[in-house]
Design a protein around this ligand. Structure first.
Ligand code: SF4
Length: 349
């Protein structure tokens, strides 16, 4: 088993993931957007399959250099809502805390692709102290979402110190960690890392996974280690054209997650990040997929289909609606999973 993360185009060719003829293309893209593929993900790739769903997520493609008119460097408006380094304060009761901008892999569709990378900024000790002071000074902040980059790339010592500092702020009720580590680098979920997440407050771990092939035995073992420590696990996935935009693949992913004791939380509509148009579906396609899953898949497996409104206006559900009042207002029409509409009284008798 190869044990190192591939970070240069030549290493991808040496590993047999791409033909040497593609090296100029990969070099051009990697000069613009960061590249990293962990050994665990490299081993899942079938180099003979041009449409391999794992390769498409991590192997650079020349189309990433084509930016459409509606794409933006900061598609969800993090910068505008950042009062100081490392903090994004979009909603009154919660903040994002971004201690670093480094990831174990670099997803080709990443919504923060202009910020993340090996040269990305990690908060200095003084900046982290200022970010924690910002949270401590605002009693309305109930939830802290630790994201980045990937916070679980921090050493157990550093993540432990961060969790302790947040745990000590009386008004913080929930610490939520967003990570791809249990999927793409499950061996990093060590006993020391799990111990570092221990807190009096509720610590949730939200795992980013997009395709059922990512749900490996090693990932399951990592999630078991987290789950046995009493950490609730949620997932978030991105709806990706040609990767998981069919009902059978999504169903296998969502069932696989639930079978690993991970509750599907969000299915994100693709953000308008530069060079990511080939990955985006239409909202109509996303809604049709959610309809296809409704009634055919346990409610436990149903994520919320959401869109981050460009410009930083917040995240909203954009799934299909199942109830509508008639124009006369004399009744509701409620749609069942087969698309048949049924009347329902406008108010309780
Ligand atoms: S792990 Fe998350 S933040 Fe990092 S590149 Fe992938 S989508 Fe972006």
């Amino acid at each position: 088993m190869m044990r190192r993360t591939l970070r240069r185009p030549a290493e991808l060719a040496e590993a047999g993931l791409v033909p040497a003829a593609r090296l100029p293309e990969l070099a051009a893209v990697a000069g613009r957007f960061a590249l990293a593929i962990t050994p665990e993900m490299a081993e899942l790739i079938d180099p003979g399959d041009e449409r391999d769903p794992i390769a498409r997520q991590f192997v650079p493609d020349a189309r990433e250099l084509e930016t459409t008119a509606e794409e933006q460097a900061d598609p969800i408006g993090d910068e505008r809502l950042s009062p100081l380094p490392g903090i994004v304060h979009r909603y009154p009761d919660r903040v994002l805390l971004k201690p670093s901008h480094v990831c174990p892999v670099y997803c080709r569709f990443c919504f923060r692709r202009e910020q993340v990378g090996p040269g990305g900024k990690t908060l200095s000790a003084a900046e982290l102290a200022a970010a924690l002071a910002y949270i401590a000074a605002r009693p309305e902040i109930w939830e802290v979402i630790v994201t980045g980059g990937d916070p679980l790339l921090l050493s157990p010592r550093r993540i432990g110190e961060l969790i302790k500092a947040l745990d000590a702020i009386p008004h913080v009720g929930v610490i939520r960690i967003h990570t791809r580590v249990p999927v793409v680098s499950p061996r990093r979920v060590s006993a020391a890392l799990v111990a570092a997440l221990a807190a009096e407050k509720a610590v949730y771990v939200v795992i980013h996974a997009n395709h059922p092939r990512e749900l490996t035995p090693a990932m399951r073992a990592a999630c078991t280690r987290l789950g046995r420590a009493g950490i609730p696990l949620l997932s978030q996935s991105v709806l990706l054209r040609g990767i998981n935009d069919d009902a059978a693949t999504l169903a296998a992913l969502l069932r696989g997650l639930v079978a690993m004791r991970i509750k599907p939380y969000y299915l994100h509509h693709g953000d308008l990040a530069p060079g990511t148009a080939p990955f985006r579906t239409t909202i109509g396609e996303g809604q049709a997929l959610m309809r296809a899953l409704r009634g055919r898949l346990s409610g436990l497996c149903q994520p919320l289909y959401v869109l981050d409104i460009p410009g930083g206006h917040g995240k909203v559900p954009i799934g299909p609606g199942y109830a509508a009042a008639t124009a006369a207002g004399d009744k509701w029409l409620v749609e069942d999973p087969d698309g048949v509409r049924h009347p329902y009284p406008p108010h309780d008798p």
